[in-house]
Ligand binder design. Structure first.
Ligand code: ZN
Length: 141
């Protein structure tokens, strides 16, 4: 289940059978068949089915982009809820590493777990429009 899917070993200018594609990416043959139904391109004219390395790479790249969590200003990723969350009570604490970057910490409004993310101090004014920030450096860097 938690096998790591990787496009790193896929060569763009090669073609792969379903078995070979499964092996090189690190998934089962069933997964490759499911991906073919989901729109992974293949060479239909040939038997057995052949998948171009370039098509496989593109498909994996799109799939990763879809799964990646994109956070906006004012959002943290809660690792317990596995979802983007705004800070509980709209309150965060800023711990600067240096003049230009620091860590914002807050609590999840759902599970009360700690959440943190690295932000640039240049983004702090935008954060301050959304939540209250404690900590040295937040207001007078
Ligand atoms: Zn949570």
């Amino acid at each position: 289940m938690a096998r790591r899917i990787s496009a790193a070993r896929v060569k763009s200018n090669r073609s792969y059978s379903v078995d070979e594609a499964a092996e090189i990416v690190g998934v089962t043959v069933q997964t490759i068949r499911a991906w073919l139904k989901q729109g992974l391109r293949c060479l239909n004219a040939s038997r057995p089915t052949l998948i171009l390395g370039a098509d496989l790479k593109d498909f994996l790249k799109e799939r990763t982009a879809k799964n990646a969590l994109t956070l906006s200003v004012g959002e943290f990723k809660c690792f317990r809820c596995k979802a983007p969350k705004t800070p509980a009570f709209n309150l965060a604490t800023y711990h600067p590493f240096c003049a230009s970057q620091g860590r914002l910490q807050a609590f999840c409004p759902t599970c009360e777990g700690p959440m943190s993310r690295i932000v640039g101090s240049a983004d702090l004014p935008r954060w301050l429009e959304i939540c209250e920030i404690d900590g040295n450096g937040a207001r007078d860097p």
